[in-house]
Ligand binder design. Structure first.
Ligand SMILES: *[C@@H]1O[C@H](CO)[C@@H](O)[C@H](O)[C@H]1NC(C)=O
Ligand SMILES: *[C@@H]1O[C@H](CO)[C@@H](O)[C@H](O)[C@H]1NC(C)=O
Ligand SMILES: *[C@@H]1O[C@H](CO)[C@@H](O)[C@H](O)[C@H]1NC(C)=O
Length: 509
């Protein structure tokens, strides 16, 4: 869950970027009579696909905004590509139509629009990972429809193909045959929608790097770290791992530069633990942090943890999500794949390595986002924060109704006066507590509380029965529910604890 949200804030930024580009020429496709995009449905999908060596299918829904933006661009691209040799066919399927449900399931359509490239009459299915405006679509699809890897015969070929801002993978061979070449071709076919590939008989034609190679070599060019890396292990899986590993920077930089964003998305999507160092990129300490951080990242390369360096100016979404504050910068936060977090605020460059060591040794206490425990908490509905959740909900021996809310949520605002009334009606009943927790400002155990929307109401009875409330949000129904599910008998132990707690509350007041 945690990872999904962090991916989202990057994706949203990225999607915004893409959609603003799309708007520029969004009206171009209007007024055409002939449609170049084929409309397919369950009745003719298989037949059409099986007749085509290369066909692109858009799964859309009529109400989806991104699909509407894409439509004129897609149509324009289809008209340009209709005269391409060999033909590149663009088609669309209304995946929201019940009758096409099976197709949508078969192609794992999870959002709209989803675009797939189908080759060999549908035997090979690939994700479309290209741009969303007409010229970009045409460029990308021309490349996808051609060979997976382009032969490099001259320095000019190499200069045209290898862009020093992007990753490019070259196979260097003494002849275009043999098992290594076949494995290289299989790799290029498999990863062609993610990376650009080329092959050559002469390493001297390539920019940078050692120009003499002995034996088949896979050479990867990248715009960061070592710039050129080689591998000679031609096992297909090993090749794939090599390409995936080498195409992530040792330290991913997260700032406002869009050319870094693909790596940022990859960083947040990855399965590894994530270390994130946030600082103000205009501060004079930056260089010192960068070099120390880079050393540490190099040291832990391949050990299940990835490193990101974020500029505070570009990371406000991340700050909000993790509950970090500007005055904690420079800070480092690590999130494990299970969601556990560790935080070191106000970090000094010299402490990065030792803190990482403590993390690796398992000596750190987890960090959870929490508002401060309120000093005064005497409204009818009690305020619960991450740091008081345990005491109020799990250890109090009381019957607790807990609302998970978000400050911006309209339904929560509507519920607030109702919860107040419920709380007032239990005012003289010390066995029942009505409480609320701001779920955007406090971490809570997601395996215990399945909060998918706001407000979500949970009830924990004195003896520990946990129930989600899904009745009507009226005072009467909520009170009924509490009366029906509360425990009348409270353990003597808990009673004692409860009185103690009440005393201490009184003391504070
Ligand atoms: C497929 O069938 C649908 C509905 O019958 C029709 O609208 C569409 O034009 C057909 N497409 C092709 C390529 O035959
Ligand atoms: C080619 O790939 C296959 C499958 O991964 C592997 O078994 C074979 O050893 C590879 N060939 C070479 C020369 O590495
Ligand atoms: C970053 O530092 C600059 C210069 O020291 C300062 O003007 C800016 O406000 C800082 N940004 C943040 C978000 O603290």
């Amino acid at each position: 869950m945690a990872t999904r949200v962090s991916i989202c804030f990057c994706f949203c930024a990225f999607a915004l970027l893409i959609s603003s580009l799309t708007l520029v020429s969004a009206s171009d496709g209007e007024g055409q009579s002939k449609e170049f995009v084929l409309t397919l449905d369950h009745s003719n999908f298989s037949e059409t696909v099986s007749k085509n060596n290369f066909i692109v299918v858009e799964f859309y829904a009529p109400w989806c905004g991104h699909c509407k933006n894409l439509a004129p661009e897609y149509e324009k691209a289809a008209s340009i590509l209709s005269s391409h040799d060999p033909p590149v066919v663009l088609a669309k399927v209304d995946a929201s139509d019940e009758a096409n449900r099976k197709l949508a399931t078969e192609f794992e359509v999870k959002g709209f629009p989803t675009l797939k490239i189908l080759r060999n009459g549908g035997k090979i299915v690939q994700e479309y990972k290209g741009p969303r405006e007409a010229d970009g679509i045409v460029e990308y699809l021309k490349k996808q429809a051609g060979p997976a890897s382009a032969e490099i015969k001259s320095v000019e070929d190499a200069n045209n193909l290898i862009d020093d801002k992007k990753i490019f993978v070259v196979g260097v061979f003494s002849e275009f045959s043999g098992e290594e070449f076949e494995n290289f071709t299989a790799l290029a076919e498999k990863l062609r929608s993610d990376y650009d590939f080329g092959h050559t008989l002469d390493a001297k034609l390539l920019p940078r790097g050692e120009s003499t190679v002995s034996g088949p070599t896979l050479r990867l060019f990248k715009p960061f770290d070592e710039f050129v890396v080689d591998s000679q292990n031609f096992n297909v899986d090993a090749l794939e791992k090599f390409v995936e590993d080498s195409s992530m920077p040792i330290v991913t930089v997260f700032n406002k530069d869009p050319s870094n964003h693909p790596y940022v998305i990859k960083f947040f999507n990855g399965p590894d633990a994530k270390a994130m160092l946030f600082l103000n990129f205009t501060s004079e300490l930056v260089e010192s942090f960068k070099s120390k951080y880079h050393d540490v990242a190099t040291h832990y390369k391949g050990k299940g943890i990835r490193f990101l360096l974020g500029d505070i100016e570009a990371s406000q979404g991340a700050f909000q999500y993790f509950g970090l504050k500007d005055d904690q910068v420079p800070l480092i936060i690590i999130q494990n794949s299970d969601g556990t977090k560790y935080l070191k605020p106000n970090l000094e460059p010299d402490h990065i390595a030792s803190w990482l060591e403590e993390y690796m040794d398992g000596n750190l206490n987890p960090f959870r986002k929490s508002e401060p425990i309120p000093e005064v908490n005497n409204e009818p509905v009690k305020v619960v924060v991450a740091d008081s959740l345990e005491d109020v909900v799990f250890n109090s021996g009381q019957n607790v109704l807990l609302e998970f809310y978000a400050p911006w949520c309209g339904h929560c605002k509507k519920l607030a006066p109702i919860l107040d009334e419920v709380a007032v009606s239990f005012k003289s009943d010390s066995d029942v507590v009505i409480a609320k927790l701001d779920a955007t400002a406090n971490d809570f155990p997601h395996e215990t509380f399945d909060v998918k929307g706001y407000p979500t109401l949970y009830f924990r009875s004195a003896s520990g029965n946990l129930l989600q409330y899904d009745g009507d949000r009226t005072k009467e129904d909520i009170i009924d529910f509490i009366q029906k599910n509360r425990d009348e008998t409270v353990q003597p132990d808990s009673v004692q604890q409860e009185t103690l707690q009440q005393d201490s509350v009184k003391d504070e007041l």
